[in-house]
Design a protein around this ligand. Sequence first.
Ligand SMILES: [Zn+2]
Length: 82
Amino acid sequence: MPLMIQTKADETGKEWLRCPFCRRKLLRLEEDSEARGVGLWCVRCKCELEMDVTPGENGHEVTVKRALRRVEREAFCSDFGG
Ligand SMILES: [Zn+2]
């Protein structure tokens, strides 16, 4: 199963796509933002994410299809696609 994330606007009315591991802000989302197979890099936890972003009624539905995380020289791969 891919990892599903529901985003919603914060107290300032802005909506952010956050890293599922460290919660760092990765991408600012507008109401109609939409993406398919987009690759994002989290500098904090050295994680590469592949995801789909679909606008919904209240916020966005984010599907993390793949996450590649590099810790020091060790690399481990977490494939949410099963
Ligand atoms: Zn992170």
